[in-house]
Design a protein around this ligand. Structure first.
Ligand SMILES: Cc1cc2nc3c(=O)[nH]c(=O)nc-3n(C[C@H](O)[C@H](O)[C@H](O)COP(=O)(O)OP(=O)(O)OC[C@H]3O[C@@H](n4cnc5c(N)ncnc54)[C@H](O)[C@@H]3O)c2cc1C
Length: 396
């Protein structure tokens, strides 16, 4: 068989973003979010490391329609699919700030989905609509000082009193906790009912008895605010119960699945960004008379990193495809979350190494990415908990 020159097929090394889950609408969305993030958010990244990011980010993103990409149009959303949220998660790292990416994701992909799924029409008007518009900032309260991984171990109580519930307890590590107008709060309503004893509430953060105790200092994600919150005899109207009373544990486990997948996409995109930057550095930096990227050992590091990133991306996309199409693939979501956050950390650590001393210096931004990325192996379910979920899914 002979091959003419015109039939020679050359490898296509530039097709990274082409995947069957994305169409031209997603491409356009990617383009406009990416442009916005680079132009309007990235220039503030350094300052926000000191001050946390400004609240205007929410109003501006609300104005542009970026906070309700997969929310119904009747509430001000864009009516898009779950993949639109993946696009947002993949473009936000262009802001060079893990804290910013996380603060926005808590609003759009942690606190908002349960409101969309479970809220009454009245609740949607009061909470979903203003959240999509960026007028009300959301946070989500699961973790407590004595219970994180063990969600069923939370102690915050809501006790019915006529038409109200009275809430007492505390929550910790709450992202957006200092700026939020509303918290989606996980509480115990019946301590004797096991997994059927939890409920969710929409609590206005300016209610009497809600105390924003302190801003917590942390290793990375400095642009986000992290709060320790106390709830002391907080009276909440019964109509603020979100979803079914007693079904809060199942509601929040559902919420965590969407959040974990978005987290996986964010890890891959964040690490890819650092990879790209490091690749350029490896071309530019010379040692022993040649670009460091041309040492085989460095070239192989890139090959390794690229392979892991691609595997994490494909696992995330194929799981997202199942999620979007109505499946509830908890095992694969846990795998994607576990694998992407591990790969993200491995890649950024290797990129720091390739930068040498420069990687350790603040001005290159690699050390910040390293500190920010580390959270992903802990937040939204630790590596160990993901392994437990995956292992138990085999009946072990
Ligand atoms: C910056 C930041 C932001 C956060 N934002 C939020 C937020 O907005 N809202 C919110 O509700 N929470 C938030 N969290 C909390 C986060 O989800 C928890 O930290 C996480 O789930 C782990 O809980 P923990 O810290 O209590 O650790 P623990 O549950 O005490 O775990 C400690 C260690 O024990 C391991 N471990 C626990 N149980 C098991 C087990 N069964 N088998 C094996 N190992 C186990 C864990 O993997 C971990 O290594 C945030 C945390 C951080 C650091």
């Amino acid at each position: 068989m002979s091959t003419t020159a015109s039939k020679v097929i050359k490898p296509d090394f530039g097709s990274r973003q082409k995947h069957f889950i994305f169409n031209e609408d997603h491409d356009r969305l990617r383009e406009s979010i990416g442009r916005f993030v680079e132009k309007e958010l990235a220039p503030h990244a350094e300052k926000w490391e000191e001050t946390t990011f400004d609240d205007w980010v929410f109003t501006r993103m609300g104005e542009l329609g970026f906070l309700g990409l997969s929310m119904p149009e009747e509430y001000g959303g864009q009516g898009g699919d779950y993949y639109s949220n993946l696009v947002l998660a993949e473009e936000m790292p262009k802001g060079n700030s893990g804290g910013l990416t996380m603060g926005v994701a808590v609003h759009t992909d942690m606190a908002m989905p349960p409101i969309h799924l479970l809220a009454t029409e009245d609740q949607k008007q009061r909470y979903l609509k203003p959240a999509i518009a960026g007028e009300k900032i959301l946070c989500l309260g699961i973790t407590e000082p004595d219970a994180g991984s063990d969600v069923a171990g939370i102690k915050t109580r809501a006790v019915r009193d006529g038409d109200e519930f009275v809430i007492n307890g505390s929550k910790t590590y709450i992202t957006n906790g200092h700026r939020a107008h509303t918290i989606v709060l996980v509480v115990k309503t019946d301590p004797d009912a096991g997994y059927d004893g939890f409920s969710l509430f929409l609590v206005d953060m300016d209610s009497p008895g809600v105390i924003r105790e302190k801003k917590l200092e942390k290793l990375g994600m400095h642009a986000s605010d992290t709060a320790l919150l106390a709830f002391q005899d907080v009276r909440v109207p019964a109509e603020n119960l979100l979803g079914q009373e007693g079904k809060g544990f199942y509601h929040i486990m559902w919420e965590l699945q969407g959040e974990r997948l978005i987290g996986a996409a964010g890890c891959v995109a964040g690490a890819q960004r650092v990879f790209d930057k490091t690749l350029q550095y490896a071309f530019d930096r010379e040692a022993f008379g040649r670009s460091i990227g041309h040492f085989q050992v460095i070239r192989h590091k890139f090959a390794d990193m690229a392979t892991k990133l691609e595997a994490a991306r494909q696992l995330t996309y194929s799981t997202a495809w199942r999620f979007q199409n109505g499946e509830y693939p908890v095992r694969e979501i846990s795998m994607a979350k576990l694998f992407a956050s591990r790969v993200g950390m491995e890649v950024i650590d290797e990129c720091l190494q390739i930068h040498g001393g420069a990687g350790y210096m603040k001005e290159y931004g690699i050390e910040r990415a390293w500190r920010d990325m580390r959270l992903n192996r802990i937040g939204a379910g630790t590596d160990e908990i993901m392994l437990e979920v995956i292992g138990k899914s085999y009946g072990l």
